[in-house]
Design a protein around this ligand. Structure first.
Ligand SMILES: [Zn+2]
Length: 166
């Protein structure tokens, strides 16, 4: 349990193997005075394609093999990942933001602290990437999305079962 019902609900969409570390992350942020909300966990591939359409033209989507109706060229590009190319699609990523007086603090001096606490709980932070995605945290278990896609297909799209490391 965390301070926040929305967060608790979204943690339940994550892979069972990362739920407790996601909860620890939010609770440790709270102990440092930051009320962080996980506003998204699992995201279906189709929803990923809708986000991919942000900032892209119909032509670009057509070339990428994605439904052209998702094109929203007049807003900024938000992601490089198409459906199946995001850890969200495999329940292994979440997006979060600090909440203060009911406002989401997107431009936040605390981002580095939030990123550090995420890393302490074993998450890779999108704020450390070249194409920065500060709200984003993921646990990859050493697999890329192509490998995860193959595993998901083999495993009937249930939560991925990772092979035991030898
Ligand atoms: Zn994300």
């Amino acid at each position: 349990m965390t301070w926040d019902k929305v967060t608790d609900r979204n943690i339940l969409t994550l892979h069972p193997l990362i739920r407790s570390s996601a909860e620890d992350f939010v609770n440790e942020c709270q102990r440092e005075g930051m009320y962080v909300r996980i506003y998204q966990g699992y995201r279906p591939s189709n929803m990923q394609n809708i986000i991919y359409g942000e900032g892209r033209t119909k032509k670009e989507l057509k070339e990428a093999g994605i439904d052209e109706s998702y094109s929203r060229p007049n807003i900024p590009i938000k992601t490089k990942a198409k459906g199946g190319e995001s850890y969200h699609n495999y329940n292994l990523a979440f997006d979060c933001v600090e909440i203060k007086r009911n406002m989401a603090l997107w431009n936040n001096d605390n981002w580095n602290n939030i990123g550090r606490i995420g890393a302490e709980n074993g998450f890779e932070w999108g704020g450390g990437w070249n194409f920065k995605d500060k709200p984003h945290f993921q646990k990859t278990f050493g697999y890329n999305c192509k490998q995860l896609l193959a595993m998901a297909k083999n495993q009937n799209w249930d939560y991925i079962k990772f092979p035991q490391k030898k």
